[in-house]
Ligand binder design. Structure first.
Ligand SMILES: Nc1ncnc2c1ncn2[C@@H]1O[C@H](COP(=O)(O)OP(=O)(O)OP(=O)(O)O)[C@@H](O)[C@H]1O
Ligand SMILES: [Mg+2]
Length: 294
């Protein structure tokens, strides 16, 4: 199942804040880029995925990272504005609409609309319809932290119930089809093997099943301390390592019981927060997905 995850068109990476979603999205992108053309799409005004690749910030533009691998940091408002511009080809009229308080209010306030815009953008990139976009066979979406991650996936259904007509209506239906199709869209949940993140990951799994009637395709347990095994030592650091590893093992046990779907376990890598970290995580992920021990 995880093997075929790499064959999807859209991979949504989600999970609690700070567990390593961006790093894992970068690693998944790197793994897939060995075979297919990938866009890593970051939706976070703090912009930090470029650092993981040692690249300049995207600022909304497409940045080439490697052969077959691009990055874009996307502001959802940017996509809606672009759609209006395309539909209203007269630049002055488009500008008046974009600047009008009614439009700004609509764009900022409609529930699910921003999430829809992000997914709609992903779809247009996949189809080669987004202006200036590089060709991409896969979009890896670094989704906002948990609650928002689910709203992201639920948005198309929500919006399509409200807006049926016009360009947004038809885009919404197509996005709902994409996201609702497990053969095309994969969901990756990232967690740490610690109490709160695991609890949230399990809740996220339940919400997905209730609201979207589907299971996540892969759970990535990130940042695992190495097994203490027969190592001996003393001192504060050794004790800390033993304690953290004991928590990790307890939570892995809980996941054994409560998370039936595929799981990849990735180590805590003391490699800063740049290209070396992504390379290390990519290797571990590749091995894990191909069935070898990481
Ligand atoms: N396996 C790992 N080993 C070591 N450091 C890691 C690992 N995974 C992530 N990190 C580091 O942990 C920090 C948090 O990771 P990241 O930014 O990917 O989390 P996030 O879930 O995207 O956070 P946010 O919710 O704030 O967007 C970063 O500094 C990252 O470089
Ligand atoms: Mg992040």
């Amino acid at each position: 199942m995880s093997r075929s995850l790499l064959d999807r068109q859209l991979i949504v990476v989600t999970g609690k804040g700070g567990v390593g979603k961006s790093a894992i999205a970068a690693a998944i992108g790197s793994v897939i880029a060995s075979r297919r053309r990938v866009l890593v799409l970051e939706v976070d005004p703090r912009e930090n995925v470029h650092q993981l690749f040692g690249a300049p910030p995207s600022g909304g533009e497409f940045v080439e990272l490697a052969p077959r691998l691009h990055l874009q940091n996307l502001r959802p408002g940017q996509v809606l504005d672009q759609l209006v511009r395309e539909k209203l080809k007269l630049e002055r009229l488009a500008r008046r609409v974009l600047e009008s308080p009614i439009y700004r209010h609509f764009a900022a306030g409609a529930p699910g609309l921003e999430e829809m815009a992000v997914l709609g953008h992903a779809l247009r990139v996949l189809r080669g319809e987004a202006p200036k976009a590089p060709g991409a066979d896969v979009v890896v979406l670094d989704a906002p932290a948990t609650g928002h991650g689910v709203s992201m996936l639920a948005a198309p259904t929500l919006v399509s119930e409200v807006i049926e007509k016009g360009p947004i209506g038809s885009m919404t239906r197509e996005v709902a089809d994409l996201v609702g199709d497990p053969a095309r869209t994969g969901i990756v949940v990232v967690t740490l093997a610690e109490e709160m993140p695991v609890t949230e990951a399990l809740e996220l799994r339940e919400t997905l099943s209730e609201r979207l009637k589907r299971e996540p395709d892969l759970l990535v347990v990130n940042g695992l301390y190495p097994p203490v095994a027969r190592a001996t030592g003393r001192g504060e650091l050794f004790e800390l390592w033993k304690r953290r590893r004991a928590v990790n093992e307890r939570e892995l046990g809980r996941l054994d019981r409560e998370w039936p779907e595929a799981r990849a376990e990735l180590p805590l890598l003391p490699l800063g927060r740049g290209v070396e970290l992504v390379a290390g995580l990519s290797d571990a992920l590749r091995q894990s997905l191909e069935g070898g021990a990481p």
